[in-house]
Design a protein. Structure first.
Length: 325
């Protein structure tokens, strides 16, 4: 452990009863949202969702994790003072997974937080997780690693934050450094957050770095999405097994399902190029222009290898949006 890490840990320890801690709690809000009619995401995310968000703008702008507000409306936020406010979805960014909502009336007694930089943190530094709602808490955690993350739902980050010990009420929770700056937004609980090759398993959480927001914020505010949200989507959930990619779920009425792709098949290639990893598959897929020629998936069904052409469509065009976004 470095001297800088020791200093960060001491700062955080001293902040437990300080204004830094109080302001971190005050900036965190509970979010309750309800899916729009016939939202496809309701099948996996539920019709009613609850989590946290962090106020980042003096105008009531709140940063959260996108799956809490994807295809939702009738959003209600509750502050640390137990005051409730109506809110609306401002933007959802498919590439980062961020969601933005905004209170429809001025928030009372809530100040926006400052955004921090991930590269200011050292491995093993102490951090603070702040969550809101019925299971509200503040919990110390430590930075375990910073590395890429690849999700089975056509999602990839080149840089993600891994922390431990884990927190259960992680969805949209704020991750704060010793200065009280927001550096991450809670996304997932993970059984193991240790780097690849480490023989020891350690449960924890994955947070999306907030520094990914700055380059796309204006686009999100102006267009309701980030600049990389408009990209090819097939509707495949896949995992890596034994060095190969296996399809485990196909979204109903997605391009992949309509083309005949089914769970259990192995994905070997895309447009004639072999696939080395799930992340490589996503990056090759997203490089294909929207509405181009169908993507040719090389499939192995356990008996034979063949190709299935799948139309290339824009995922953002298939997301149901509430009025006003």
């Amino acid at each position: 452990m470095t001297a800088q890490t020791d200093e960060n840990n001491t700062q955080l320890s001293n902040a437990v009863n300080s204004q830094i801690l109080l302001s971190s709690i005050a900036s965190s809000v509970q979010i309750t949202s309800r899916a729009v009619e016939n939202a496809s995401s309701a099948r996996t995310l539920g019709k009613v969702r609850q989590g946290s968000g962090v106020v980042i703008g003096s105008d009531g702008l709140i940063l959260t994790i996108g799956y809490l507000v994807l295809e939702t409306e009738q959003i209600e936020i509750r502050t640390h003072q137990q005051k409730t406010y109506p809110a609306q979805v401002v933007a959802y960014d498919q590439a980062t997974g961020f969601g933005l909502i905004k209170s429809l009336v001025p928030l009372q007694g809530v100040e926006p937080v400052k955004l921090g930089k991930l590269n200011d943190q050292k491995i093993d530094s102490s951090l603070l997780v702040v969550s809101s709602g019925n299971l509200a808490f503040t919990s110390p955690t430590k930075l375990i690693d910073v590395r890429s993350f690849t999700g089975y739902w056509e999602y990839h980050l080149d840089s993600a934050i891994y922390t431990s010990p884990p927190v259960v009420n992680h969805s949209g929770a704020g991750l704060f450094n010793a200065k009280g700056e927001l550096i991450g937004i809670g996304s997932l609980f993970m059984q193991d957050v240790m780097p690849a090759g480490n023989p020891f398993g350690l449960a924890g959480n994955m947070f999306v770095p907030v520094e990914l927001l700055e380059p796309i914020l204006n686009n999100m505010l102006q267009n309701g999405m980030g600049p990389n949200s408009q990209r090819a989507w097939l509707g495949i959930n896949a995992v890596e097994r034994q060095g190969r990619i296996q399809i485990v779920r196909v979204t109903p009425e997605s391009p992949a399902q309509l083309a005949g792709v089914v769970p259990g098949q192995w994905l070997l290639g895309l447009n004639g190029k072999p696939l080395e990893s799930l992340s490589a598959f996503y990056k090759q897929l997203w490089a294909i222009p929207i509405n181009s020629e169908p993507a040719k998936l090389t499939i192995f069904d356990g008996k034979e290898i063949y190709q299935i052409p799948v139309p290339v469509v824009d995922r953002s065009a298939n997301i149901k949006k509430p009025a006003g976004i």
